[in-house]
Design a protein around this ligand. Structure first.
Ligand code: AMP
Length: 297
């Protein structure tokens, strides 16, 4: 098997694979040659957040694999799954430009063949925040598909975004618990110039919703400013953040100050605290978070 060549980043074509057998065959040579493999799992509709993960992988690893699979089992609402943006040709071109070596875009039946009956379920961390608002099936879907992708690709390193901080914690937990031989790298959230965290779902916002959506980042900033001004009571920071959301007529599903390791609510804003927020803006559900470090951001 010929070793994969490093592509120049001006490339407009990325090799796209559909089956696990093709993927394993393509990676066998590089693996035998001792080349390191980085995996970026995605659901497509690439934006700068995804591309930053790909660049991290490319900088650290000899081969970069991006998976593109809109995983139905992690959607709690049929309409959300149906409306999820899909444009594989655009994504493939962006992946090629980012220097990705392989795009793994399997059809549904390759991931969930008839008779599929196994679920990976992480307890504890999944029972709060996104887990309690979207239902336990959400993180079961994430944990199961990520375990499968890690087994399919067998990467040395897998890259996830801090934008989905709870998801990253759940994946770190399952990798430790199941002794999966992979290092998990969590990369910083990439934001629009006005602060809105990039998300594939942002494309669904109308112009006025897009304006209101910036309140999530402003709310987190207000919480951070309250802490920097000396607030130690989470209720004070929460009030400052809520005021920003309400200015934009946004009622959060949750707005909480939690331990960045366990996601349990903190009693005081001392040490590392993760501020997390989820809210619907129109029909679009958005999440964001910000790490308040040592009482100042
Ligand atoms: P998704 O395609 O939404 O499942 O996201 C694929 C990966 O990209 C996940 O690890 C996300 O956490 C990450 N990601 C999504 N948005 C951002 C962002 N704005 N900045 C950094 N990473 C992100």
């Amino acid at each position: 098997m010929r070793e994969l060549e490093r592509k120049p980043s001006s490339d407009t074509h990325v090799r796209t694979l559909r089956t696990v057998a093709e993927l394993r065959a393509a990676l066998a040579g590089p693996r035998r040659a001792g080349r390191t493999i980085g995996l970026v799992p995605t659901m497509g509709a690439f934006h700068e957040g995804h591309l930053s993960l790909m660049r991290h992988a490319r900088a650290d690893c000899d081969e970069t694999v991006v998976s593109l699979f809109v995983n139905p089992t992690q959607f709690d609402q049929e309409a959300d799954l149906g409306a999820y943006p899909r444009d594989e040709a655009r994504d493939a071109a962006l992946a090629a430009q980012a220097g990705v070596d392989l795009l793994f875009a399997p059809p549904l039946a390759e991931v969930y063949p008839p008779g599929f009956a196994t679920t990976v379920s992480v307890a504890g961390l999944t029972e709060t925040l996104e887990g309690s608002h979207r239902g336990h099936a959400h993180f079961d879907g994430v944990a199961t598909v990520v375990t499968k992708l890690l087994n399919m690709v067998m990467p040395d390193v897998a890259y996830f975004g801090h934008k989905d901080a709870q998801q990253a914690l759940v994946i770190e937990r399952l990798v430790r618990d199941l002794d999966l031989p992979v290092r998990i790298e969590v990369c910083p959230t990439v934001r629009e110039p006005d602060g809105l965290a990039m998300s594939s779902r942002n494309a669904r916002l109308s112009a006025s919703e897009r304006g209101r959506a910036t309140a999530l980042a402003r709310a987190l900033r207000a919480a951070q400013e309250a802490v920097a001004a000396g607030a130690r009571d989470p209720a004070l920071a929460r009030a400052a953040a809520l005021a920003e959301l309400r200015c934009a007529q946004i009622e959060p599903e949750y707005l909480a100050f939690v331990s960045p390791d366990t996601l349990t609510p903190v009693r005081a804003l001392d040490g590392d605290v993760l501020a997390v927020v989820a809210a619907r803006v129109g029909d679009t559900r958005l999440i964001d978070n910000h790490l308040l470090k040592d009482g100042s951001a």
